[in-house]
Each structure stands twice: as C-alpha cells, then as structure tokens.
Ligand binder design. Structure first.
Ligand code: GRF
Length: 198
C-alpha cells in the first residue's frame, strides 16, 4: 500500500480537491495509493472536520505546544511516520520546516505555492504580483528542499491578472487552478514513481 499524508493549516481546499480526485480517479485501485492521514499544526484548521467526515484519520500537532521549532518538527515527524508515507503533501501548511525534517522526507515531500515560482517566494504573493504590474500570476507544485519555495517544479498553472484585481480576487482565481494542478501532479507522481500494485 502506498501511503499519502497531507498536512494542512487552514481551510484545506487543496486537500479536499486531492481527496476528491483520489476517489474519482480510483487511486486505490490503480496505484494502491491511499490518503492515510490529514495532519494539522492548528486545532482551528477547518479542513480537519471534512477529512474526518471522509473517514480519513486526522491529528493535530499544535506548534504552540512546543518550545522550539526543532521539538515541533520532531513531534510532527513522529505523527507522520506512524503512517509510513511514500508521499508527504503540504497543502496550505503554513509552518516553515527545519532542515532535518526536510532531509528526512527528501524526494517524497511536495508543496503548492501560490505564485509562478521562482517569482514571489514567501508570503503575500498575490499583492506582490499586483504591485509589480504582472499581467499573469499562478501557482506552482514543487518538491520541497531546505530552501523555502525552491525545489524541482512539478506543475504550474497561469491565470491573467485583471485591471481591477485585488489580492482576494486574484487569490480566488489562482486557487481554482491549484485545485486542478495539485491532484494532477500527485497522479503523475503515482504513475511515474510509486510501485503499482497491479
Ligand atoms: C493556497 O493558496 C496555497 O497555495 C497556499 O495556501 C493556500 C491554502 O489554501 N500555500 P487551502 O488551505 O488549500 O484552502
């Protein structure tokens, strides 16, 4: 069985898109791939209740309960590794992870970032794209390396920036594309890299 663990911090709409795709596209039958857990650093993450309603194991590792990032990373790693994942998917996971944590999941951890990387790493990507006068914006799925928002680009989507856009309208347009490219990128990884059961 190929285990996928998804990490979220908020609404989890990308996580929902991935879970829906895994059901609609029968990742279990085709690739013996299963989303085994959704883990959040916040008890307030709305996506947790939805994941639970889908019969997926959920867990909170509250970053506020740990004195250092290293201690949080270690607890998160222990929670993730319970599920022996082949793939760790960061889906709106808003904590920066330490080098040891990233190294532990080298080659098997991916992220989605709401910009056309390598432009606009970090936060406030949509406002920065508008401020820079960009005519196009988008999102990127990439492998996670110790450098923030770096790593091999696996998929991108492009949307126009409209004259009357604000960061919220642009973010909503980008998010609709995130929901398409993230499941597609994972499906490609399952097809290319993870052993098939049949
Ligand atoms: C997405 O825009 C993602 O790219 C960014 O945070 C947002 C998370 O949205 N990292 P959701 O929690 O998946 O709804």
């Amino acid at each position: 069985m190929q285990s996928i663990v998804i990490l979220i911090s908020g609404s989890g709409s990308n996580m929902q898109a991935i879970v829906r795709a895994s059901i609609a596209e029968q990742w279990g039958d085709l690739y013996n791939a299963h989303i085994t857990a959704v883990i959040s650093n916040s008890t307030n993450a709305k996506g947790l209740a939805w994941a639970h309603s889908q019969g997926i194991a959920t867990q909170v590792v509250d970053h506020q309960a740990f004195a250092t990032r290293g201690l949080f990373d270690a607890a998160l790693q222990a929670a993730i590794d319970t599920h022996k994942p082949q793939l760790v998917v960061l889906a709106g996971f808003m904590r920066i992870l330490g080098a040891d944590f990233v190294a532990h999941y080298a080659g098997r951890m991916i992220n989605i970032h709401p910009s056309l990387l390598p432009a606009f790493t970090g936060l406030h990507t949509h406002q920065r794209a508008i401020d820079a006068g960009c005519r196009f914006a988008g999102a990127t799925v990439h492998r996670v390396t110790p450098v923030l928002d770096e790593g091999e680009i696996l998929a991108q989507a492009v949307v126009p920036v409209l004259n009357d856009d604000n960061e919220h309208t642009l973010a909503a347009r980008v998010l609709t594309q995130e929901h398409l490219i993230y499941p597609a990128a994972i499906r490609t990884l399952l097809q290319q890299q993870l052993p098939r059961s049949k």
